[in-house]
Write a protein that binds this ligand. Structure first.
Ligand code: AMP
Length: 218
């Protein structure tokens, strides 16, 4: 196995948003990820490589030590009981909310609710907190469709602008969790490669803090 430090990042938008943070730690991609089909990307630092993985797989790579660090949405972490992971840093990126939504103007039925979602664990915890009996229906995409065709009474899904809900006659009624991208670290690696990882975490944290200050001052 390579002795390089390996960082797993979800493909697409999160990877693009993350590049300035990695640059703050002196890590620049050697090739454009959009132009390349390669899943292992080399960087300007010989000791660091990036893995492009599906977002829901990031915690798995990090927990098993195939990657030492990972960048992934809190929504994914909430679904993953990551005993082998530290979550030292909120990257203040890719903000959205995990919300309950249902047809606009409708009431919550009194019978056992049917809830469609990709986020089964988060939804289960949310309805348990409310003391509501639910049947959870796992979907893998276009969750907004479920209440429109009688598959579910409600959905639990990510909401950013709310445009997708509105376009489908749904309204958000409860927040399950505030979501943003997080840095995660393999617990064993945090000990065995402490100074290397600490240097990266601190450089990224400083850049995130700078970004926050910039926004407050704007
Ligand atoms: P919006 O119409 O802006 O509320 O966006 C809602 C759609 O975008 C839903 O289908 C979500 O699954 C997806 N979405 C919104 N924010 C995020 C995010 N930060 N990460 C992943 N998917 C998101």
């Amino acid at each position: 196995m390579s002795n390089q430090l390996t960082i797993a990042v979800s493909k697409g938008r999160v990877l693009e948003d993350t590049l300035p943070l990695l640059e703050a730690a002196g890590i620049e991609l050697a090739e454009d990820p959009k132009a390349s089909r390669r899943l292992i990307l080399s960087t300007s630092r010989d000791d660091i490589r990036i893995l492009q993985v599906r977002t829901s797989d990031v915690p798995t790579y990090v927990e098993h030590g195939a990657a030492h660090l990972g960048i992934v949405g809190k929504d994914v972490l909430l679904e993953h009981d990551g005993v082998g992971l530290y979550e030292p840093l909120d990257l203040d990126l890719a903000h959205c909310r995990l919300m309950v939504a249902r047809p606009a103007g409708s009431e919550r039925p009194r019978r056992r609710l049917r809830v469609a979602t990709k986020f089964i664990a988060s939804a289960r915890r949310h309805y348990a907190r409310l003391g509501l009996q639910v049947e959870l229906i796992k979907l893998y995409g276009s969750v907004e469709l479920a209440p429109l065709v009688g598959l579910a009474d409600e959905i639990v899904d990510l909401v950013d602008t709310g445009n997708t809900l509105r376009a489908n006659g749904l309204e958000a009624v409860e927040t399950v969790a505030d979501i943003s991208a997080r840095l995660v670290v393999n617990k064993a690696a945090m000990k065995t490669r402490h100074s290397q990882i600490r240097g990266i975490v601190d450089a990224i944290a400083a850049r995130v803090a700078e970004g926050r200050k910039g926004r407050v001052g704007a």
